[in-house]
Structure formats: C-alpha cells, structure tokens
Design a protein around this ligand. Structure first.
Ligand code: GRF
Length: 223
C-alpha cells in the first residue's frame, strides 16, 4: 500500500472525490495516511475526520515565508513516511527542496487543459475568467506531476469539458470539477499507486492501457 497524504486548503471537494473512490475500491493499493491542511478552518479537515483519516494543520499564516512553510510540510511528510503527495485544492507553491525530495511523487490537479490557462497566478476563479475572456470553446482539467516550474510537470491525465455560451466563472468552475477534476484525480492516484505510471522526461506512459475507453475515461462506449 502506498502511503498517501492529501494536501488541502479549503472546501475539500477533490479530497472527497478521493475518499469516495477509495471507499468504492476504485483506488487500488493506496493507504490514505493523512490529510494536511494549510488552513486551520478548512472544511476539508471535517471531511477527513468523518472519513477517519488523521488530519494535520500546517498553518501557512504562521510561517514568515514560503520556504519555512514548505520545510514544515516536508518535516510532517517525512515523520509520517509519506510516499505519495496529492495536492487537492492546495493553494500554495511548494519549495524546491521539497519538490526535489519528492520528484515524480507529487500529483496536482489543475482546472484547465494545460498548457492553456496555467502557470504562475492561474489559480481559483482566475483560470476560468481567463478561459471565458479568451472565448475558448472547451476547457477541462489536468492531473500532473509537480516540478519546480508551475504547471509544467509531466501530464498524467486530462479531461475536456465544454464551455457553454452563458457560462460564468462560477458555473464553469463547478462543471469542470464535476465532470473532470473529481474523475481524473482519483484515477491518477490509483494509476500511481498501482505502479502503472512510467515517466520518461515530460512523457507519462500508462502501463496496460491501450485506449482511453479501456481506462474508463470515455463517456461513450466504442461503436
Ligand atoms: C477547484 O477550483 C480546483 O480546481 C482547485 O481548487 C478548487 C477546489 O477545491 N484546485 P477543493 O478541492 O473543493 O478544496
């Protein structure tokens, strides 16, 4: 079992998707060892408690800078023997020493189809505002490994979501969470824990998957 920590900052709907998929046996070979929140009042902490997962707070507000915050997280991950870190609505950038120590062992979910609408400053509603302003017809979500370049790490899974004519940043955010984030993040975690991800530079190969349909990523059956 891969000892996994889920890092959160807010409501924790992505955490809930992971918890639910784990309960339903859709995430294989994974132990949900810890939930770590950067925010002491995050609702995600209650979700962890209901699910019986040990929850910890590393309060970003109590650290003078990002380096000291990141170091505190690093210490907690080491103490717990964590092997996989999942950033699920985690609103901070981890420092280079931590990212180096957990190379190809940190998975993030980003609410757009990388390389569109991503990079420094693209988080929360801003991502969706920019997609709408640009007039894009589709957006979506990307599960990827974390490197020191924001949103540039190897892509594990992506799922596209239509943008509708009367979308607001809020309606688009919600549809992307429901149709993409909550599906591909648990799937990416399972693929990692099953040892099915092979990383070759920027390219991630999924062992044993011949097509999207076979991986359960397609909404339609093959004709
Ligand atoms: C979503 O916008 C997601 O893309 C971003 O955080 C928001 C959801 O947070 N990463 P949460 O999982 O409900 O805490």
């Amino acid at each position: 079992m891969v000892k996994t920590a889920v890092m959160v900052s807010g409501g924790g709907t992505n955490l809930q998707a992971i918890i639910d998929a784990h309960i339903f046996g859709e995430i294989k070979n994974c132990e949900l060892t810890a939930v770590i929140s950067s925010n002491p009042t995050a609702y995600a902490l209650s979700r962890a408690e209901y699910a019986g997962i040990p929850a910890y707070v590393v309060d970003a507000g109590r650290h003078p800078n990002g380096a000291s915050f990141s170091e505190a997280i690093h210490k907690k991950l080491s103490e717990l023997g964590i092997e996989l870190v999942v950033l699920a609505g985690f609103m901070h950038i981890l420092g280079p020493p931590l990212v180096r120590a957990y190379r190809n062992k940190i998975i993030n979910i980003h609410p757009s189809l990388i390389p569109a609408f991503c990079g420094a400053g693209y988080y929360g509603l801003r991502v969706h505002e920019e997609a709408l302003k640009f007039g894009a017809r589709v957006s979506g979500a990307t599960a990827h490994f974390v490197t020191n370049e924001v949103d540039e790490g190897p892509i594990i899974l992506q799922k596209a979501v239509d943008i509708l004519p009367d979308d607001t940043p809020f309606t688009l955010q919600r549809r992307i969470m429901e149709q993409a984030e909550w599906r591909i993040l648990p799937e990416a975690v399972s693929l990692y824990c099953e040892g099915r991800l092979e990383i070759d530079g920027k390219i991630v190969r999924i062992k044993g998957a011949r097509s999207d349909v076979e991986r359960g990523r397609s909404d339609s059956e093959p004709q």
